[in-house]
Write a protein of this length. Structure first.
Length: 190
């Protein structure tokens, strides 16, 4: 009986997560989202999100390294959206990483943009599927995502949120060796 209750609880949690992701994506897709643009230190927000997810990384003995510019790099963005972007990318890096793996988060200034890369030593993504990971409801190899409980919404939503703020996102990956998700947002001077 206990196992049935635990299974039902996990199923309800997953369904709740899926519905929440669909609602978030639909809101963004339909243009009904309201952005609260402000001048933000992307390096500081990155460090903050890493700190909130450190316990999850520690559970898998994953070493998380962060390297950001010493001088604050300000972007004009929505703080909640940037948190969601980083949270989605870091959660995936943790979820699809191996025990004892590494996650590197680094940022740099490139041609008027703040570039943030999240690299992991996880399972990686097959070359033929790299171009599809940002598609809504797309999941890499169903057996892998079932094993890791993916919904196929997070990366599509992440891409939309980056683009809404004038940025872009891309992926480099080698199956069995890990993935590197990089996004850029325009910096602001004032």
């Amino acid at each position: 009986m206990r196992k049935i209750l635990e299974l039902n609880e996990r199923s309800a949690w997953r369904l709740n997560r899926l519905v929440g992701g669909i609602l978030d994506y639909s809101t963004v897709e339909n243009g009904a989202v309201k952005m609260n643009l402000e001048r933000l230190d992307l390096a500081a927000i990155s460090s903050e999100v890493v700190s909130t997810l450190q316990a999850s990384a520690d559970d898998k003995n994953i070493d998380v390294k962060i390297e950001m510019p010493k001088t604050p790099m300000f972007v004009l963005g929505d703080k909640d959206f940037i948190h969601m972007i980083l949270n989605n990318l870091l959660n995936n890096a943790i979820k699809f990483n191996k025990k004892g793996g590494t996650i590197s988060v680094f940022g740099r200034l490139v041609d008027g943009f703040m570039e943030v890369t999240i690299a992991d030593t996880g399972v990686g993504i097959p070359k033929k599927e790299v171009g599809m990971v940002f598609d809504r409801f797309y999941q890499v190899d169903g057996t892998m995502t079932r094993r890791f409980s993916g919904t196929g919404i997070g990366l599509a939503l992440t891409k939309k949120l980056v683009e809404l703020q004038g940025g872009r996102i891309w992926l480099e990956s080698k199956e069995g060796r890990g993935s590197r998700f990089t996004f850029v947002l325009p910096i602001t001077e004032d």
